[in-house]
Design a protein around this ligand. Structure first.
Ligand SMILES: Nc1nc2c(ncn2[C@@H]2O[C@H](COP(=O)(O)OP(=O)(O)O)[C@@H](O)[C@H]2O)c(=O)[nH]1
Ligand SMILES: [Mg+2]
Length: 358
């Protein structure tokens, strides 16, 4: 693993890290401006495995990876440290383009404990002390609970903190961003994304991003692979599944939009399963990086097709509703005409009666 300077363009990769319930998934949804990560009130893990999602914001592709939350019990358990480290390595393999920042997510309004600092220690031993400081941003959620009348400005408040929070701020090179994931105000949502992106740009600009280096310690990699070799590792099977997915994707265009959407979603799940298998087999060694990248490209292609098809389905639904409204207006008009004819005939009949009486 190493820094690289291959950060062409302005696309941004962000990795969300933190304790379960800190607001990682909600933050991911705020950054991408869509509800793609499951977020709900629970202090245990809701996000069970790594999830990568993308969106475009002001011409930049934002890639966000949400990690399973870390429980306090995990932090007490030595062997669980290894699992967390393993998860981080998978996150690096999942996004070979690399990360401009790691967002250490904490929740405003709760007491910070030594377990919060423990996470930083695990990250340090995974990414290296120096690198971590360069890439970490402390992202504080529940900004809606931050009362400036009571606390003053967020910047001043951060500067006045002591104890664990101060240590976290220092570990993150004093880069701290407050976010309110509950807001529905589009202008505020944009302002928050702008603030986060300018913090990210401020630390890296167009400079290096953190990614898994392909040829890290090849000897060790081979040994690791031999030790970890998984009997279920079957590249032939993976290739076959990969080919089947591509073939299916090619045929999907022929379906009507609603069926196409359903088929794409099923294919998306199938591709995600293939990706999970690959990542499990790869174990962060990068040996299967080529396959992982190919599957990732398919995932992106499926995502693009899903959003295009969603738009088609939506506009078809709108057209159908408008057509139904026109039909109902026509029906009303027909009724009105008929009523008009009836009253015309009634008036003529009465006039006739009057004429006869005269
Ligand atoms: N009011 C408020 N609630 C938030 C905010 N961020 C997250 N939450 C809530 O906190 C809970 C846990 O969030 P979640 O994203 O699932 O946490 P995760 O386990 O770290 O992914 C959910 O009920 C979220 O709606 C925030 O900024 N403001
Ligand atoms: Mg989550």
């Amino acid at each position: 693993m190493a820094k690289t300077t291959a950060n062409k363009g302005k696309d941004i990769g962000l990795l969300l890290i933190g304790k379960a319930g800190s607001g990682k998934s909600a933050t991911g949804n705020s950054i991408l401006k869509k509800r793609v990560f499951e977020s709900k009130a629970a202090m245990t893990r809701v996000t069970k495995c790594l999830q990568m999602e993308r969106s475009t914001y002001k011409g930049r592709v934002l890639t966000v990876i949400d990690c399973p939350g870390i429980d306090d019990e995990d932090l007490e358990d030595e062997s669980a440290h290894l699992l967390v480290k393993d998860e981080m390595k998978k996150a690096l393999a999942l996004n070979p383009q690399g990360y401009q920042a790691f967002l250490l997510v904490v929740r405003f309004g709760v007491r910070f404990t030594k377990e919060d600092l423990e996470i930083v220690q695990i990250l340090k031993s995974t990414f290296g002390n120096k690198s971590l400081k360069q890439y970490l941003i402390l992202l504080v959620t529940h900004g809606d609970n931050f009362d400036t009348k009571v606390n003053g400005s967020f910047k001043d408040w951060c500067a006045s903190q002591t104890g664990v929070f101060k240590s976290l701020v220092d570990e993150c090179g004093k880069r701290v961003v407050l976010i309110d994931n509950s807001t529905q105000d589009p202008a505020k949502i944009d302002r928050q994304i702008d603030q986060l992106l300018s913090t990210v740009d401020g630390m890296n600009g167009s400079g290096p991003c953190y990614r898994l280096e392909n040829n890290e310690n090849p000897k060790k990699k081979k040994e690791d692979l031999a030790a970890d070799s998984n009997p279920s590792l079957n590249i032939k099977e993976t290739n076959e599944e990969f080919t089947l997915i591509i073939q299916k994707l090619g045929h999907i265009g022929l379906e009507n939009p609603k069926n196409r959407l359903q088929a794409l979603e099923e294919l998306g799940q199938r591709t995600a399963r293939l990706m999970t298998r690959l990542l499990e087999q790869d174990k962060g060694s990068c040996e299967l990086q080529e396959y992982i990248r190919n599957v990732q490209n398919i995932q992106t292609a499926i995502q693009v097709q899903v959003s295009v098809t969603q738009e088609v389905v939506f506009s078809e639904e709108m057209r159908r509703q408008q057509q139904a409204e026109i039909e109902s207006l026509r029906e009303d008009l027909k009724c009105l005409k008929e009523q008009h004819e009836v009253s015309k005939r009634e008036t003529a009949r009465r006039l006739n009666e009057i004429k006869h009486k005269i």
